[in-house]
Design a protein around this ligand. Structure first.
Ligand SMILES: C[S@@+](CC[C@H](N)C(=O)[O-])C[C@H]1O[C@@H](n2cnc3c(N)ncnc32)[C@H](O)[C@@H]1O
Length: 274
């Protein structure tokens, strides 16, 4: 296996922090070495050092995104952290349907801000369809963004294997998915009724949010875990400018805003209100 020296790892970590906010600790050396090695093997060989020289010289956007994919993880699942969905049902959908939050033509805007392969935004869309009566004609849109081209392509494809559907009840599977036969075997495709609520876009969370918001709910889950404190604080402050007053920000169950100077206060476990 080509060796990943401490000096080269530091160069990798520098790019990852500057471009994507990722904070790579030295504990990540074996993982990064493994991923780079198998990438180089697939590309027909070469050393990590040569690869890094290419990345540092004048890499194309495409190369950089490939590099990002080698360093990040896309683990996700449908209805991950069910308590977040229960909270939205209780605090957002029930009052909306009862009318306390309802106004004619009410717009509901949600953002899955590190949407990975799509389980999160499609779960949000399924929940909205389940809880909002069709005749109420809410204007619902769910923005799904990520930086990874690979993840975004899967999100647009919206076709999942049996294993990727862990977390989805048989009732939801029957209502919202169709079985399809693909060259890789039987898979499940999210129905158009759900897909048409979701707009998929590329967004690096380190870059300005142009034309975004105001959102009723933002899911920023299991991504800040890779950022250092200052990056998290700056990002959540910017989230404050796109979440409407009284809107919610959900973070991963292992993440917290505690100790950050941000315009959100706790509303429930790992959920904050602006
Ligand atoms: C572990 S997944 C979380 C997916 C989903 N939010 C969930 O909780 O199931 C983390 C995602 O964050 C994305 N990500 C990491 N850094 C990012 C950045 N700077 N901008 C946008 N997305 C980023 C990765 O591509 C990956 O898809």
């Amino acid at each position: 296996m080509p060796e990943l020296t401490d000096t080269t790892f530091k160069r990798i970590a520098e790019i990852a922090r500057a471009r994507w906010g990722l904070s790579l600790s030295e504990k990540k050396i074996p993982l990064v070495a493994n991923r780079l090695t198998s990438h180089l093997r697939k590309q027909g060989g070469g050393t990590i050092d040569d690869f890094m020289k290419r990345m540092e010289r004048n890499p194309s956007e495409e190369d950089m995104l490939l590099f990002f994919d080698l360093l990040s993880t896309n683990v996700t699942s449908f209805f991950r952290d069910p308590a977040h969905f229960a909270f939205l049902e209780r605090e957002l959908y029930v009052p909306l349907v009862r009318g306390t939050l309802a106004v004619p033509g009410r717009r509901l805007r949600l953002w899955s801000a590190a949407c990975s392969t799509g389980a999160e935004p499609y779960s949000l869309a399924m929940q909205a369809l389940e809880l909002l009566p069709a005749e109420a004609r809410f204007d619902i849109k769910i923005l799904a963004t990520d930086l990874s081209n690979k993840a975004l392509a899967a999100c647009r494809e919206a076709t999942y294997t049996e294993t990727q559907l862990t977390g989805l009840s048989p009732e939801r599977r029957a209502r919202f998915l169709t079985k399809v036969t693909t060259p890789e075997g039987v898979k499940w495709r999210v129905k158009d009724e759900v897909r048409k609520l979701v707009e998929v876009k590329r967004q690096n969370l380190m870059e300005p949010f142009q034309g975004f918001g105001p959102f009723d709910v933002v899911f920023l889950r299991n991504v800040m875990i890779y950022f250092d404190r200052d990056t998290r604080e700056a990002l959540v402050r910017r989230m404050g400018s796109v979440v409407r007053a009284g809107g919610y920000l959900a973070v991963g169950s292992a993440e917290t805003l505690s100790g950050l100077d941000v315009p959100f206060r706790p509303a429930a476990a790992s959920i904050y209100v602006r």
